[in-house]
Design a protein. Structure first.
Length: 77
Protein backbone atom coordinates (compact mmCIF):
# COMPACT_ATOMS: atom_id res chain seq x y z
CA UNK A 1 0.00 0.00 0.00
CA UNK A 2 1.33 3.46 -0.77
CA UNK A 3 2.59 5.27 2.32
CA UNK A 4 3.43 2.08 4.25
CA UNK A 5 6.90 1.66 5.74
CA UNK A 6 8.76 -1.55 4.77
CA UNK A 7 12.15 -3.18 5.28
CA UNK A 8 14.18 -4.25 2.24
CA UNK A 9 16.05 -7.57 2.13
CA UNK A 10 19.71 -7.00 1.20
CA UNK A 11 20.72 -9.94 -0.99
CA UNK A 12 24.21 -8.80 -1.99
CA UNK A 13 26.87 -11.42 -1.42
CA UNK A 14 29.40 -10.41 1.23
CA UNK A 15 31.80 -13.12 2.23
CA UNK A 16 33.15 -12.05 5.61
CA UNK A 17 32.02 -8.56 6.72
CA UNK A 18 28.29 -9.27 6.31
CA UNK A 19 28.14 -12.36 8.48
CA UNK A 20 27.18 -10.51 11.64
CA UNK A 21 25.14 -7.75 10.02
CA UNK A 22 21.39 -7.80 9.57
CA UNK A 23 20.18 -8.61 6.07
CA UNK A 24 17.23 -6.18 6.36
CA UNK A 25 17.88 -2.55 5.40
CA UNK A 26 16.41 0.52 7.05
CA UNK A 27 12.72 1.35 6.59
CA UNK A 28 11.63 2.78 3.26
CA UNK A 29 8.27 4.19 2.19
CA UNK A 30 6.17 2.51 -0.51
CA UNK A 31 5.49 5.10 -3.18
CA UNK A 32 3.62 2.97 -5.73
CA UNK A 33 2.64 -0.66 -6.25
CA UNK A 34 3.06 -1.69 -9.88
CA UNK A 35 1.70 -4.74 -11.72
CA UNK A 36 3.21 -8.22 -11.29
CA UNK A 37 4.58 -7.61 -7.78
CA UNK A 38 6.92 -4.67 -8.50
CA UNK A 39 7.02 -1.98 -5.81
CA UNK A 40 8.47 1.52 -6.11
CA UNK A 41 10.24 2.59 -2.90
CA UNK A 42 11.28 6.01 -1.69
CA UNK A 43 14.05 6.76 0.80
CA UNK A 44 12.58 9.33 3.25
CA UNK A 45 16.00 10.91 3.90
CA UNK A 46 17.17 11.48 0.31
CA UNK A 47 13.84 11.24 -1.57
CA UNK A 48 15.49 8.83 -4.05
CA UNK A 49 13.16 6.26 -5.64
CA UNK A 50 13.73 2.83 -7.20
CA UNK A 51 11.75 -0.26 -8.11
CA UNK A 52 12.21 -3.63 -6.38
CA UNK A 53 10.56 -7.04 -6.30
CA UNK A 54 7.76 -7.08 -3.72
CA UNK A 55 8.96 -10.44 -2.37
CA UNK A 56 12.06 -8.72 -0.94
CA UNK A 57 9.95 -6.58 1.43
CA UNK A 58 8.38 -7.04 4.83
CA UNK A 59 6.28 -4.59 6.84
CA UNK A 60 7.97 -2.29 9.33
CA UNK A 61 5.95 -1.53 12.46
CA UNK A 62 8.43 0.87 14.02
CA UNK A 63 10.31 0.88 17.26
CA UNK A 64 13.20 -1.20 18.48
CA UNK A 65 13.09 -4.97 18.70
CA UNK A 66 13.53 -6.36 22.19
CA UNK A 67 15.85 -9.33 22.04
CA UNK A 68 15.04 -11.61 24.93
CA UNK A 69 16.89 -14.77 25.81
CA UNK A 70 15.41 -17.62 27.74
CA UNK A 71 16.99 -20.62 29.40
CA UNK A 72 15.34 -24.03 29.30
CA UNK A 73 16.72 -26.69 31.58
CA UNK A 74 16.33 -30.25 30.39
CA UNK A 75 15.74 -32.86 33.08
CA UNK A 76 15.99 -36.60 32.68
CA UNK A 77 12.55 -38.27 32.88
Amino acid sequence: MPGQMVLLFNSRLRLFPGKLKSKWSEPFMVKEVKPYGAVELEDPATKATWTVNGQRLKPYFGGEIDRLTSTISLDNP
